[in-house]
Design a protein around this ligand. Structure first.
Ligand SMILES: [Zn+2]
Length: 175
């Protein structure tokens, strides 16, 4: 099971572009360290209080580290769903079924964009706390969320992935 079962975290402020931390490659972490477990808990807590948030990466709370959480439970575009989980030092090791889809991001609050992502991925990572290595195979919206969060840990925003200005949209609805 990869589901998050760690301690309760604190809700942290989310940083927005052009904060430099969002453009920096995050450091690999020791997943067993108490700081990383606390960061994992804080990411989950912050995601849970943010309406519509399906994932959050450490750089978005100002920490340049390769840690992120995802939870696409109940999302209409989701197929495979692993619930709420946190991954450290994640890497995409297989990607296929590329397809464009609309994305938003709490760190880019006023825009959305069409981004081509793999519709099926295999990701290798480590779990916070135990440090256990895991391989996550998923598809559809959860695969998109994983790629978006791994990009954050690599200093990339969805805006770096759009095909051009024609694929960027102003958000019309604020919820
Ligand atoms: Zn994002």
């Amino acid at each position: 099971m990869i589901a998050w079962a760690g301690p309760d975290g604190r809700v942290l402020p989310v940083v927005t572009a052009p904060a430099p931390v969002l453009g920096a490659v995050g450091d690999e972490v020791d997943p067993t360290s108490p700081e990383v477990v606390r960061l994992a808990a804080d990411l989950v807590a912050t995601m849970r209080v943010s309406p519509g948030c399906v994932g959050l990466a450490a750089p978005q709370v100002g920490v340049g580290a390769q840690v992120f959480c995802v939870d696409v439970t109940g999302h209409p575009k989701a197929s495979t769903v692993h619930g709420a989980f946190v991954l450290c030092n994640a890497k995409v090791i297989e990607a296929s079924r590329w397809k464009a889809g609309r994305e938003g991001c709490m760190s880019v609050p006023d825009l959305t964009g069409d981004v081509k992502r793999a519709g099926r991925v295999v990701v290798s990572a480590m779990l916070p706390g135990s440090g256990e290595p895991v391989t996550v195979t998923t598809d559809a919206f959860e695969a998109r969320a994983l790629q978006h969060e791994i990009d954050h840990c690599d200093g990339k925003l969805f805006l770096d992935r759009v095909a051009g200005a024609h694929a960027i949209y102003q958000r019309k609805v604020y919820l």
